[in-house]
Design a protein. Sequence first.
Length: 282
Amino acid sequence: MSFRFVVWNVEKFQGASTPRIGQIADHINADRPEVFGILEFQAKDAARRLITDFYGEYDFAMTDSKMQLDIFIGWRRGHFEQVLYTQRRDFQAGNINLRPGGLLSFRETGQSAFTNMLFLHTDSGTGVNDYNARQVMFGKIWSLKGALEGLPIQGGSARLIALGDLNTMGRSRTSTLPTIRAADEIAQLETDAAAAGMRMLTKSHEKTWSNGGNTRTSNLDHVVASSDLSFDQFTFTGTPAIAADNDPFEVEVDGWNNRTGQARLDWINSVSDHCALFGAVQ
């Protein structure tokens, strides 16, 4: 049995009465995911409206942190035979001001092993402490994979997908430390993932974040998965004016990047400066 997933940082989502809640729900629903994660979800009243008006067919869990920029996770009711949710405070890297991870584990019909989806929003910033905290968090992904593989029910397979806003921004230069470019941090993440038996999935577009003025973009959002998992391959169907960086690809990047001109700016300013990531596990 296959399933589709979406993860999206919606930038301090709050306000149940604003049109934005419908835009976000419609954008996610367009892909009909069996599992989705919304990052930077602040408002409990908005959660109630999402559940009532848009996601009556889903069950939910939510992280709980001091920052109140939490992860709202939904999964289609009845699609999986068994579902477990665990809040992973170890991904706060010993800092209560950071965000915990949300681990959704589910067993599909006819399978004994669980598939594990770890939704993450790692530390943001280019300072030394920010960068170091991210490296601790990334290391915990590899440790979690090893722990899952050791569970008898998993049969040696972690079936782990870590996804979300990983904030791969690099590190600023200091008087004693050299600059680490964002591209270098991403390359190191790819190397470390491979050493742990995981890989970064190919995305239709590398850049997933834009500043409000649309003059600067960054590659911040990623999907990292156990190498033994297979994903659907997609081909780009957008307009010639918006070419794909990779074709075919495993993760569709969809948001401001698939719009131009004023429509792009409006999306960044009124919906989200991050794009949603969509994929499908075979």
